[in-house]
Design a protein around this ligand. Sequence first.
Ligand code: FAD
Length: 426
Amino acid sequence: MSSPLMKSKRILVWFRNDLRLHDNEMLVEAIAKSEAILPVYFFDPRQFDHAGFHKSSVLRTNFLLESVADLRSSFQQMGGDLLIIHGLPEDHIAGLVEQYGITEVYHHREVAPAETRVSANVEDRLWKIEVNLKHFIGHTLYNKEDLPFPIKDIPDVFTQFRKKTERDAIVKACFDAPTEIAFVPSEEWGQLPSIEELYAIAVAEANVLASGLIGGEQEGLRHLSDLLRPDSNIYIKVSARNSDPSGFISQLSPWLSLGCLSPRMVYWRVKAAEERFGNNTNFTNLILGLFKRDYFRFMFKKHGAPYLESTTLVLEADDTVSNSSFEQWKAGETGHALVDGYMKSLAETGYLSNYGRVLAATFLVHVLKYDWMKGAAYFEEQLVDYTAASNWGNWKCIADSVSGLKSKNGFDVDKYLKILNIPAVA
Ligand SMILES: Cc1cc2nc3c(=O)[nH]c(=O)nc-3n(C[C@H](O)[C@H](O)[C@H](O)COP(=O)(O)OP(=O)(O)OC[C@H]3O[C@@H](n4cnc5c(N)ncnc54)[C@H](O)[C@@H]3O)c2cc1C
């Protein structure tokens, strides 16, 4: 039972990549431990432009805007709102605490260096006014304390991580979405910024239709339900768009990346569908993907920034390779039909199947011998589902793992395609 003292609290709930009501422990706890909450979202300028180039494509920014609008609409239906601020969290949170009489701030902890730095900056500002920043972990299938090993002993090999975790740990039940919320009153909740306001430099018209995906918790839940129906044709539709030889693409990643869907919710819905309709390879692959997602996050948690620096490929990038090869790769003009098709599709839709990503990354690193970090930065800009740990972690793995396939005659991409079981023509 909560004490009267605890109930006099006003908690600021700082939303980041957790744009949902379902399975949101941070939100549930904030409601339980306060008299009222103030939900806040920051459009952080660093996410959109950085030193004159885009950090996020217009497609991803659109998906984010839709997702924030959806969260706002959910709060409005409950008689409240979402405070929207276009600015740096570290510049505003302490002021909001004073303006609204906030007693504690809640947020989800991230893992990549740029993201944890923002939390540290906010924590420093709050520390000066003696307000606590409470950290939650709600991005993974498994909480770190539920893993069968301490973070420092997590196996670096994915299959070992998966097997041990699957055998010895359980996936917790989801938290229910709140049905009632008391909101801190506010006169001004702020406008959703426009695309033009978010980018300091001119942007091309967003090709939203090409992506075909709509951001937000409601759309994410709808997509998941459609996907798990026995007569679902989503696999077929998205596979046709991406010519993926595996035949399986759930395209859940954009919603998972922004936290519009919780991985635990996806897991338990897949398990329920398995019970009803029987198991199939699509369900198995989906769950396998969730394990990979956890694995890359935990690798970041275990090793921090040196995780990326440790790769051998940083040393192997060939300085003499001209930037024009990189530009051709980005434009889909390398001359390799499959790679070019995938790269054009990435620029057009903001999405690539895992096969497409593996092939495009392998080609840049091993055929063009270009710095993999620049390729990863380009993917960061383009992908609608960009997630720091998944993107940089996968790039690092490709850079490391296929170096053994090189012969003295150079890297044979078509031989590699055969190993991956990817047909050599699109
Ligand atoms: C070079 C490279 C860069 C990548 N960058 C990203 C990224 O920025 N964001 C991102 O979410 N994924 C990234 N991935 C992983 C993977 O390609 C995508 O998650 C997947 O293609 C998304 O499509 P889907 O939702 O149809 O996946 P499905 O195959 O349906 O899998 C279900 C879910 O599992 C997770 N998942 C599946 N495979 C992986 C994987 N290899 N690593 C991590 N998670 C996985 C995703 O959340 C995905 O939505 C990258 C892979 C490579 C090779």
